[in-house]
Design a protein around this ligand. Sequence first.
Ligand SMILES: Cc1cc2nc3c(=O)[nH]c(=O)nc-3n(C[C@H](O)[C@H](O)[C@H](O)COP(=O)(O)O)c2cc1C
Ligand code: SF4
Length: 446
Amino acid sequence: MPMTEPVLTKRIPTYPYGDPKDRHAVWYDEYVKTGGYEALAAALEKEPAAIVDTVKDSNLRGRGGAGFPCGLKWTFLPKDYEGQRYLAVNSDESEPCTFKDRMLLDFDPHQLLEGIAITCWACGLQTAYIYIRGEYHEQAVTVQKAIDEAYKNGVFGKQGLMKGKVDFAVDCYLHRGAGAYVCGEETGLLESLEGKRGWPRIKPPFPAVAGLFGKPTIINNVETLACVPHIVQHGSEWFKSLGCESTIGGPPSYGTKLMGVSGHVNRPGVYECDLGFSLRTLIDEYCQGMKGGKKLKAIIPGGISMGVLTADQVDAELDFDIGRKNDLLGLGTACPTVLDEDTDMIMVARNITRFFKNESCGQCTPCREGSGWIYKILCRIEEGEGTTRDLDLLLEIAGSMGAMPGTTICGLADGNNWAVRTIINKFRDEFEARVKPSLVPVTMSV
Ligand SMILES: Cc1cc2nc3c(=O)[nH]c(=O)nc-3n(C[C@H](O)[C@H](O)[C@H](O)COP(=O)(O)O)c2cc1C
Ligand code: SF4
C-alpha cells in the first residue's frame, strides 16, 4: 500500500522516519514561509457562511473520538445571537494509548492556531480557549509561545485578524487542565474551564446553544481544527478525494487521519494515513511488524474505550465504519495498541477497568459502582478465585452501564462497557480456562 501524502504532518521535520531528536517546532516565520496563514487570508476574503458550507460539504468528521460532522456542528449555533460565543479546543488527549494531537502541538502549533482563527471567523466566535491536558507541560510551553507569536503578527488580538484587514477580533487563551480523563468529555471540559469540578453535564442543552458560561460554544478536537485550513485552501472536493466512502451505507470517512501506534511493534509512532487504511499494513509496513517476531494476539484499535479486535480481524480498515463492521464502539482516536501472543487478556481487562474506575467522576451510579464491581471481579479471576458465573456477571454489569444503554450522563462508562464486553466475548476461552466451575446458577440480576 503506498504511503499517504502527508497533509497535517507535511511541515514536521524528519516525519515520520527520521530521528525524532532532530524534530523541532515550526515557528511563525517558517510557517508563513511554507504557505502558513494563506488559508486564513483566503478565508477572510470570503463570507463566513461560505466557509461553514465548505467545511460542511467536505464531510470532515470530528477527530476527537465520536466522529461527529464538524460543519454540521457549526450550524447548530443560534443564528440571530449577537452576544459572546466561544470556541473550546479539546487538547485534553487523555484517552490511554492516544498521543496523536501531541504531535501537532509539539511540532506545528501554528497549523492549529490557523484552524482556530478560521473557525472563529466562520462561526463568529470572539474567544478561543485551548484546554490542554495537565501532563502536557512541554506542549503547553510550545503552544503558548506560538500564541504569543500569533498575537504579535496580528492573527489574534484587538488589532483585528491579519493586521486589521477585517473588523473582527479573536482572543486565544491557553488553559491547562489538572490531568483528569473526564475533562476530555466536552461538557466536563466546559465545567473545568469555568473553574469547577470536571463533571459532565446532562444534555440537552448542547454546548452550541448553552456552553461555556452558558453562552453558545463550539468544541472541537485539535486534529479536527488542524484540518480546517487545508479544506479552506484546497476546497471540499480535494478533501473528499482523500479517505474513503462507506461500504455499509453510512456517512463517508474523508481525509487523512493521524494514527498513533503503540504496543508490541518494532516501530511505534504517529503515522498519517488516508482513512480506510489497512490495519495490517499499518502494523506490518509502517511499524515494521511485531516486536521479537512474536505472533499478533489482539489490537485495541483506537483508545481503550472502543473495544478490542482479535488477530483474525487485522484486515479491518481504519475508517468510521470499523465499529459496525467489527463489533467495536467505533474508530475512536484511531490510535491502535498492538498486543502479542504473550499478553494476558484478563490482565488487560483488569488494567483497563482500573483506569475507568479511577477516572469515573462518580455522578452516575452505574458508572461509579459498576466500574468498581467489574474491577473487583476481574481481580478475583486474575488471582484464580473467579467462577464461570463471574463471566456472565461481568457481561451483565458491563452491558448495563453507559450513555448508550441510557444509564449514564457521559460516554466514559460506555468505554468501560465496550472494552470489557469485547475482551470477554472475543477471548472467552482464556477467561474460562482461568475460572472454577460455579455452583450457583446464573440468575442474579444487578
Ligand atoms: C470520557 C470521554 C473523554 C474524552 N476525551 C477526549 C479528549 O481527550 N479529546 C477529544 O478531543 N475528545 C475527547 N472526547 C470527545 C469529546 O467529548 C468531543 O466529542 C470532542 O472533543 C468533539 O470534538 P470533535 O467533534 O472535533 O471530535 C471524550 C469523550 C468522552 C466521553
Ligand atoms: S458516566 Fe461516569 S464519568 Fe460520565 S458523568 Fe457519569 S459517573 Fe461521571
